[in-house]
Design a protein. Sequence first.
Length: 124
Amino acid sequence: MKLLVVDDSSTMRRIIKNTLQRLGHQDVLEGGDGVEGWSVLNANPDIDMLITDWNMPEMNGLELIKKVRADSRFTDLPIIMVTTEGGKAEVITALKAGVNNYIVKPFTPQVLKEKLAAVLGISE
């Protein structure tokens, strides 16, 4: 399974990537903002899941999600948003834009594991 992690914080990308690798997902690509994430996704249309931050320069996570959902190649791509934006309004906005699940920072590896399982339909 190929995953794409998009976050402007290299530290957060590393934390998520390390957690995913501990969970058995070795094929993890990275993007430093929405523009870079979109570029990586287009170069690798076989990506199985997108995990993105909300607040990023150039193109934020919400704009990235809307762009992904508008492209017929990616209408079924599972998307998890990982962000500090934890308000109810923000969660609803993200869900309306097309995310499949939502994680508020800071989070534990167990939370990421549970959200991945829920989005992928895997029973633990």
